[in-house]
Structures are given as C-alpha cells and as structure tokens.
Design a binder for this molecule. Sequence first.
Ligand code: ZN
Length: 133
Amino acid sequence: MKISRIDHIGIAVENLEKTVPFYRDVLGLAFLGFEDVPDQKVRVAMFAVGEARIELLEPTSQDSPIAGFLQSRGQGIHHIAYSVPDADEAVKTLTEAGVDMIDAVPRPGAGGSRIAFIHPRASGRVLTEICQH
Ligand code: ZN
C-alpha cells in the first residue's frame, strides 16, 4: 500500500448552505460543487486546496452516520482520507496487518471514488478513510 498524500478532510456540518460561504467566500477556496452520496446518506460540498480537498458533509437522513456524529459530538472534523492508487489492495493489506476495518470491501464515495473506512480504534480515535480515484 502506497500513501503519498492526504486526499481530503471530511467535516460534519448541520447545514451546507450556511457553511459553504465561509470556505468559498471568506477562505476563498475553489468550490468544486455539491453532490449527493446516497450510500452514506449525505450531501457533500467539495473544495480544492492544492492537491487536497475539504469535504463538507451534511446528513440527508436521520439514520445517516453523519447525523449520529452530529448528535453525539457536534460539528467538526469527521475523518481524514488518504489517497491510495488501489483501494482493493489497500483494504487487503490493512486486513492482513490485523487492522480493524469498518468496510471489508471498498464502496462508492463522492466524485466516483472508491473508499473504505478504517475503524477509529485502530487509528488513535480518528476515523480514517482510504480513497481511490
Ligand atoms: Zn471522505
């Protein structure tokens, strides 16, 4: 498994419309657009920062994992995603190393990516995503 950069940082927010202006207009980040990710029951707003991105996540359903996160921890950093060339190979390597995975196989993420989450207990309580484009 080869990780060469941070792909994006996921931030859980209550309301995208209220939060986007700060990142787009105040920080001046390049706004890449909105996207629904039904698999995670979220609506995403994506921004570019050099090669990395900021991913704002708003729940679209009460049973979204982001809704649960907002209820228990409030708005804030939700996960860090690392870019990998091959998500299947990364999941296999991590699983063979005994790492607790939330996703045993990669699933669809924003922007046509393939993603898998590592369980926070394996990573110092930071939800960690691997992401292949
Ligand atoms: Zn993500």
